[in-house]
Write a protein that binds this ligand. Structure first.
Ligand code: ZN
Length: 324
């Protein structure tokens, strides 16, 4: 019986710590990105659609195993703005310039998502060049996750869960509750993947756009709070032996209505961007014939992922070429 108790404790911990689109959103974004691809790519990705869907959440799982993982999912860009400065003018877009200005320790402490997406685009190009099917698919799935995270306004701020403005829990409200209520009605016909000349600039543009929505994400919460009786703002839910406070269904519905289509639009943009980065890496690799490469080997993949992670932790994978 004890075992059951612990399982629920762990599950609750995962649900509380998880700061991203939630499993549903990440899987949906990777899955729909497949349909943005050109004819030369779509067959391969359709054959492996269950893989890129299921593995869309690997990066969130790795957060519990690796201390290097967490900063890849966000950037607290407002940390770098002092006295009304525009943080996007303060922060250099290229990794080595940013390291020089702020030190790598500081960048790691406040998140590295844009640089990590740029670096992974190069990894994906290399995977295509070497026709390594395992690496193509695992990197595709991973990069889809980080790109999706970069589209979330609350992934661009130190106030990532409303904890600095007495709005704790807003992260889950934005990314999970709204999706639960509305995602089945979204329009997933998002258009075609496009070649991206400079991925580092494209992903910085995404972060900048996400950040521009932050005020509205937080102010809308305040507005809805003012209109809902205080005893109806939260609901208490029992999970295992714990009671968890979260926004009530009534609040989530009112908030969702006020937000309009922001979440849907961020999701649609994330889908196109994921497809576009896959497409860009494939083009940069010389457009290899994806129908001529083999099938994924999950056992070998697990070994490779561990080796890659070990190498990363030893800082073996580095170099200026990873930045653009
Ligand atoms: Zn994440």
């Amino acid at each position: 019986m004890k075992r059951v108790g612990w399982t629920s404790v762990v599950l609750i911990a995962v649900m509380i710590v998880c700061q991203s689109w939630g499993f549903y959103g990440h899987r949906r974004i990777n899955r729909m990105a497949v349909f943005t691809l050109p004819p030369e790519m779509v067959g391969f990705y359709k054959r492996n659609i269950e893989f890129v869907t299921a593995h869309a959440v690997d990066p969130d799982k790795r957060r519990y195993a690796s201390k290097n993982e967490a900063p890849r999912h966000y950037i607290d860009i407002d940390h770098y703005a002092k006295g009304g400065e525009n943080p996007f003018e303060v922060m250099p877009r290229y990794w080595y310039d940013a390291v020089e200005k702020f030190t790598e320790d500081t960048l790691q402490a406040y998140g590295i998502v844009p640089w990590h997406v740029a670096r992974m685009t190069n990894w994906l190009t290399k995977a295509f060049e070497s026709r390594n099917v395992n690496r193509i698919l695992s990197t595709s799935a991973d990069i889809g996750h980080y790109i999706a995270d970069a589209h979330v306004p609350l992934h661009t701020t130190e106030n990532y869960n409303g904890q600095l403005t007495n709005q704790k829990g807003i992260h889950g409200l934005w990314e999970s509750r709204i999706l639960e209520l509305t995602a089945d009605e979204y329009d997933y016909l998002v258009g075609r993947a496009e070649y991206i000349d400079k991925p580092i600039h494209a992903i910085w543009d995404v972060v900048e756009e996400s950040h521009s929505y932050l005020d509205s994400v937080l102010l809308t919460e305040k507005d809805v709070t003012a209109k809902i009786p205080s005893d109806q703002k939260y609901a208490f839910e029992t999970r295992g032996k714990r009671t968890v406070r979260q926004y009530s269904q009534q609040f989530a519905l009112a908030y969702t209505n006020r937000m309009g289509d922001m979440v849907e639009e961020r999701m649609r943009k994330a889908i196109v961007m994921v497809g576009s980065i896959w497409f860009t890496a494939w083009v940069n690799a010389g457009q290899p014939d994806l129908d001529a490469i083999g099938e994924v080997d999950e056992e070998q993949l697990a070994r490779e992922q561990k080796e890659a992670e070990d190498a990363y932790q030893k800082k073996e994978i580095k170099g200026r070429s990873h930045d653009d």
